[in-house]
Design a protein. Sequence first.
Length: 192
Amino acid sequence: MERTFARHLLLLPVFLFLFWAAVAGVQWVRHALKSVTLPNGMMLKLQYYFPRAPVALFATDGRTILARRLEFLCFNDRYVRVTSYKFGDSGIYDAQTDAKVREEQYDTVARELRSGRGGCNGYYTGLLGAVLLLDGQKFPFLPPCEWRNLDNPALKTPRLVRPALQGRIRAETARRIRHEQGGGGRPPRTLA
């Protein structure tokens, strides 16, 4: 009886260490670096750090989740328009109040963020997938440079410094056209 109790007592530090490692691992995963702070102070982060984890919109404090499972978004210096896979999370969020825009204001704010063709009149001219803005993304998971909205004078930071696909798409397209027309050269690369 005393031997089994002594063995269990010796195993206690091992179990405490494993418990600490599990809690510390979860905390490390929750605060992974895959995130981006938008110009209005709100943040896009992975909800947890696993492959294909959903991206969430966080308030300016970086802890409060406003919308989960983001599909598309459009943002300017104050508002973020979100389309979400999760029912009830789609809408427009205000960075000053860290909340959804009230119904009375919705049409006015939506008009401010909408372009003529139904796109976006924020920092980009098209609705972006949230994954395209996260730090550490590489080709082909980058927003096109052509979508940067440099014509909107209302933006405080007209040139949002984010990686983008600059000439690579144009070069690949030109190479593909030359190859198809029999112009020789090396064949175009395929994205695998």
